[in-house]
Ligand binder design. Sequence first.
Ligand code: BGC
Length: 906
Amino acid sequence: MKLIRLRIENDAMDIAYHPVSGQAATAHYLIAYNSDQTIGENLENIKVRLAGLQFDAAILENGLSYPFSDTIVGVNYDRIDVGLALTNLLNIPVVSQAAVDQLGLVAAVKAKSAYLKWHLDYYGQYHGVRNNGQEAMLTIGNGYFGLRGAFLESHADKDNYPGTYVAGVYDQTTTTVHDHQVKNEDLVNLPNAQFMTFGIDHQTPFTLNEHDLQDAYRSLDLKTGLLTTTKLIQLASGHQLRIRSQKVANMRDWHRYSIRYQVTPLNFAGSLQIYTEIDGSVVNSNVSRYNVFDQHHLKTMGIETAANTVYLSGQTKSSHINYTIGAKLTSPDVPAIENFNSTQQPQGVQQTVSLAVEAGKTYTFDKNVVIATSNDHSDPQLTHVQAELDQSSFDNTVTTSKDYWEATWRATDIKIRGDITSQRLLRVNIYHSFVSAAAIESGQLDASVGARGLHGEAYRGHVFWDEMFILPFYTLHRPELAKQLLAYRYRRLPMARKNAEAEGYAGAMYPWQSASKGDEQSQFTHLNPITKTWDPDNSRLQRHVSLDIAYNVWFYYHVTQDRDFLTHYGMEMLLSIAAFWISKADYDQANGRYNISGVMGPDEFHENYPNSTTAGLKNNAYTNIMVAWLFDTITTLRAQMPQAAFQAAAQAAQFDSTAEQALTTISHQLTLEINRRGIIAQFEGYFNLPTLDFQAYRQKYGDIARMDRILKAESKTPDAYQVAKQADALMAFYNFDVTTVQKIIEKMGYQLPKEYLTHNIQYYLARTTHGSTLSRIVYAVLNQLDDNDDDAWKLFSEALASDYYDIQGGTTAEGIHLGVMCATLNLTTRNFGGVNPLGAHLQVNPRLPEHWQTLKFKHLFRGVHYVFVIDHQRVTVTADQPSTIMIGKQHYQLQAKKPLSVTYTD
Ligand code: BGC
């Protein structure tokens, strides 16, 4: 093993390089600190100084001894977890000398690597959006609720935001702003029942503050779903305590969660108080830019208390959803129930318990919580909540969580050898994908996945086209879950028809932002902060969302062959969406082609033509390609369905024979603008727009991701330039393989020159700022298609870590970006693993990143469970039933449970 040994001193880092462990160092580096930088920034210098050297692990010689980590060091009155920092920086495990002494080097490194791959840990106390981002990343939940990973002792303030959300619980408010009535539908932040704190000798209860909180270590165990926080506290009074708290969501009875709160007085004996609360006074204030709008959604209706149990019932203000939250506090250290007190507060209810404590002993308090609402099939009646509480226990909740996650990891894990960081972050993403959706699989919830999960309030918990980046992962692993998410859309088909009708169109028009009912939740105007005028907001013109839903319907059916779904739901959705596009396409006598106007593509920088009073754009390439694809797909699927089943779906969709004929005519005659080099114009007229001097803007502003804001601040508009927030014209190449897209375009009567793909990718990449995190994912795929593996890897790894590092500087604080998270999973299996599910059989063409030694994952395709193990030479695949697969250009017949190994050239 190649090693570095390091000592972190007060003024410098001392590093020795051992190319062979156990032998003398061949090089020494003394890296003096730069006093203008933090210790974390100084650590980054290691990367530069050691550039070019190869090492597999680091040994930290002077780690402090803590119960939660052995790689923390103290430097100049500051402390840092060097292990966590260096693992992030160098992608290697860092072990302590103490662990090496105890276990031996090889075992210590192995244990640390295993730990790192299954834990998301943060050390220290952070402030503002940085802490809020960590709260989002440490969210626990089960798809019914999401509970942000805030410190239990916190109330919402500038540093902390303990949000609680239940899927599908939305509420509308109307606020008058600058003479304008603005309606907002929010995913409601429900009463905070996770609050717990302590006090000593009946003094003021502890509140989080920098002086008293000496150390805080938060660790989310991805394997079990358990979030553990350890705090070392020294009060101004001299009392020292260790507080260890654990939070876990019940993954079977999803109205429940449990908290274990353990207090160890370290240097005193005396009287300890535990305070817990259900706080009904909370508002939706996670996103500061929404603070001008009414944030109050809750009306507390009743509070009940009984010894160790409390209940808070209420109703959301305009959606009138009833909720009851119950909490029960128990402790093995306080056997007498009379010792628990409950007191009502104006907007909440508090429980307290007091006991005599001794130094060095640990006192345990369990708080079990039940949340029920009238929105799902749960019963918010008190007796029901009480019955659930009576069945709850911390240990039982832990068991459900362990069982669920064990089964989930068995079916969905992606295993990588050779890259700790990617391994850990892919697991973080899988974890959050189920935190956001697990319970929906039951079919008892009417909800889908919001763009920001159940983790924060950005985009008000709305559902976007992001589903298209999310569903493929579920479809290939948990098809029932994917189906239930599509059912959310199916139930809103009548509303989508109304949306279309209201704008004078036939068929179904899904909203750009969807919430409880499926009506449009995007704003139609927004307040210009500079001019204080209400300007039009055209973002809802991203009508492609209906096509993205159609893609999800098709993908689900394609992968599962669920005929019942296609017959009873899917085809009706596809036809209804198609009917909308037929009515939206206009025939142009002059050139004998169809045009689609008044739309926006995914690139949100272009809402309309500069100097035009008409909203939207004409012939957006992505939209038109997807319309052509949908129309052809309907014809293909129709041939696979019994005549009567198709007729029934057509009737339900009011799709008559004229519409059917229009499918072929329109799909082959839609308009694209393609120049001589084969560049597909994002929309008609795009080539006439001036280019921007990106270099100059970069020099002036540094980060130009949100070029729209920069230009608007300069009184310009992004509409007027060739600048894109995210992939648009080339999006179809993300959805399908190149041949499919090329065929669609050729069927439309356009010829593409050789090298057109490379030209397009280079052209658009040079004009894209990646202002949406979704952009990196799409361009990672595009770069790989263009054989540019280096840039593909760069964009993928930035996307993979985008929430972990909160690369947009504060947006993770307002919820994770679920679309990107799930898309990284898809990209790993489809592009790096090269397992393409778009054909009739799985096709395998691996392109592993160089440093990944092996990649292992499962797929469920057309009823067959496949296991893939891929390295740089060989694909090994096992199926549980006989099936056909393509590896490279060759077909193989798999026998049930017999592994097939095929060598391929990388
Ligand atoms: C992106 C959209 C996305 C939305 C929600 C925006 O920033 O431009 O494509 O749907 O975020 O994630």
